[in-house]
Ligand binder design. Sequence first.
Ligand code: FAD
Length: 392
Amino acid sequence: MRKLRIAVVGGSLGGLTAAALLRDAGHEIDVYERTPVPLTGFGAGIVVQPELVRYLLERTETTLEQISVPSSAMRYFDATRGTLIGEIEAEWRYTSYNALYRRLLAAFGIERYHLGEALVGIDQIGDQVELRFARGRVVHCDLAVCADGGASTARKRLLGIVPRYAGYITWRGLAGRGDLSSDTWDFFDDRFTYGLLDDGHVIAYPIPVVGEDGEMAGRYINFQWYWNLPEGPELDELMTDREGIRRPVSVHAAGVQERFIDEMQTRARRQLAPEPFVELMVMAAEPFVTVIEDTDTPKMALGRICLLGDAAVTGRPHAAAGGAKAAANAWALAEALEENDGDVEEALRSWEPAQLEQGRALLDKVAHMAGLLQTGGPFLPGDPACRFGLPR
Ligand code: FAD
């Protein structure tokens, strides 16, 4: 196959999976990542889907046991009354952003992973793509893979599309074994727990802690508490950090204004009936907040430029499948380039329809789930329409 010069913009789960696969196929790859230091994902938990871990399991020595922890059940609580609605068997495994990122970065290597490079401009000029970065670097390549996330600069530049706020935010946090009483630890460990409310929901599940070397060093309980909050001054105030900067997506742990953490904990004591939920919210170190967004796109392939993962379609997180979609886009891209013998435009044309279809099916699925989860249900135990994963 013709060897291509490929620039990948965004060095997170989608970008790194694409970069490693295309490098393995013999192409010359450089990754350009906006953040100046390696990503940490702020300890976020991720439910394992086959597509998400496929590269690590098939192309590296990594085993599922090294990057994830299991659970045996899924429990559904009425979080206002404190009653158990139902429990089903559910053999999911949970990993963390850090566990995946560290191993994907190790697999790709750091030689051609360029930190501190924020894309600001992109155009196709003849049979080359020109990418312009904020610090002055200009890159020319045969194919640009834009995996620059939900607020994608490439998508905005090329299609004028910006993310759409879904009307709610999520509080997120982690607690270690030493932070919680043993009863509360046992309540959440080994299971995925839903706490259902009339105006939102809580989820909690165990995730691995990984050390600097990428090895597992224990577990946390990870939670997300989704609050309905219309667009307007209240949202703007919450999303403004301690430096006074209005953050578009997340206010990270050290940046959340103290009074909002107090408000979240006070609301937990007032609104959440099962005591372990309250203890988790109050004891979690450094809670942080993220807005929930949806974005659709009419196109993922534009000549020699493609949008991949959240940079194309961003879905609400309820199906735990955004990372899996990004990885699936990357696998399909590598296959399309191989099938089309490196003919970039033809490969992207053949790649695009199935990716768009899958993205839209995921948007429909998560909108359906959100309609139940954020308005008081009924969110029924084991409902196949609400099962985690990409729509099949
Ligand atoms: P991202 O991970 O968003 O990465 C984009 C990268 O591009 C970042 O590194 C960013 O710094 C970089 N970048 C941005 N702009 C530029 C620029 N101009 N120039 C250069 N670089 C740039 N998914 C799952 O599969 N399972 C789950 O359980 C799950 N849970 C989630 C829970 C929550 C609360 C949220 C919000 C999301 C969850 N997701 C989950 C979704 C998942 O995190 C995303 O779908 C996934 O990270 C998308 O990967 P990506 O590589 O496309 O984009």
